[in-house]
Design a protein around this ligand. Structure first.
Ligand code: SF4
Ligand code: SF4
Length: 278
């Protein structure tokens, strides 16, 4: 039995919005009942969120495409009444365009903002994985076909030879926050994590970039150590959110530097001047 799923590789996504436009092209003004009514002008059922972290000049920008995740235990389905929502045998969650009229609670029940309100039809609407195309023999939705960098990988989760099943078996895929108890069929690679960055300068009057200085990051009993590059820059990626960290800098002939902080944000520590010992 087929069960559709998708892996979204955030590291690959360039934020080109081709998926967003392909969704509009497929659905705007096109009625695909029984799986979806026509999408109104200006809507798209896949969002591409731009997330900026850090501060100048240590800034990172990520693009996170968010379609309906076709949740395994779907809060939107619990909010629907009168048989307005159902899950197909292939796992796709469908809003019935005739039975869901007036049911705004379906929009607010989705924790991912994946349900959109059609003011003209008085109807909640969302991504269907282009179920009407899959039923016609297509192997992937329009957004997946439109992605120029294969950031969206789609297929049958029950087929161990499919690209999507292989990715999930081989890579550390994650669920989008808020993380549900049961993994959804749409999962992610490379979701943005906290980072810390800075640069080190020698405080001996030369103000030279301190290349090859040992910088350590400690969390509990774990310590990670790297060396600054030839611009004196350092960067630690993949930090856990809201966690206590200690950054320490050691360089022969110079005073030890130590900084304690909580990773509730992505701090750019800026320029750290290390002073000569003694
Ligand atoms: S992502 Fe939102 S709309 Fe889609 S199944 Fe989950 S709760 Fe429902
Ligand atoms: S088409 Fe692909 S690269 Fe472009 S925004 Fe969508 S997922 Fe990202």
């Amino acid at each position: 039995m087929t069960r559709y799923g998708m892996v979204i590789d955030v590291d690959r996504c360039t934020g080109c919005f081709n998926c967003f436009l392909a969704c509009r092209d497929e659905h705007a003004g096109n009625d695909h009942r029984p799986v979806s009514a026509a999408q109104p002008a200006g809507h798209s059922w896949i969002k591409v969120q731009e997330l900026e972290r850090g501060s100048f000049p240590k800034v990172k920008v990520s693009y996170v495409p968010v379609p309906c995740l076709q949740c395994t235990d779907a809060p939107c389905m619990r909010a629907a009444t009168g048989g307005a929502m159902a899950r197909r045998a292939d796992g796709i969650v469908i809003i019935d365009p005739d039975k869901a009229i007036g049911q705004r609670d379906i929009v607010s029940a989705c924790p991912y903002g994946a349900v959109f309100w059609n003011d003209v039809e008085n109807l909640p609407q969302k991504c269907t994985f282009c179920a009407h195309l899959l039923d016609d023999g297509w192997t992937e939705p329009r957004c997946v076909e439109a992605c120029p960098v294969q950031a969206l990988v789609f297929g049958d989760l029950e087929d161990p030879t499919s690209d999507v099943a292989r990715l999930i078996a081989q890579k550390p895929v994650e669920a989008l926050a808020p993380v549900p108890a049961e993994p959804p069929p749409v999962r992610y690679l490379g979701l943005p994590t906290r980072f810390v960055a800075g640069e080190i300068v020698l405080g001996d009057g030369s103000e030279e970039c301190a290349e090859g200085v040992s910088v350590s990051l400690r969390k509990g009993q774990q310590t990670f150590t790297i060396s600054t590059d030839n611009y004196g820059d350092f960067e630690f990626l993949g930090l856990e959110a809201d966690t206590e960290y200690v950054l320490s800098i050691e360089h022969a002939g110079y005073e030890r530097f130590e900084l304690h902080w909580n990773s509730s944000a992505d701090p750019n520590i800026g320029t750290i001047v290390i002073e000569r010992a003694g």
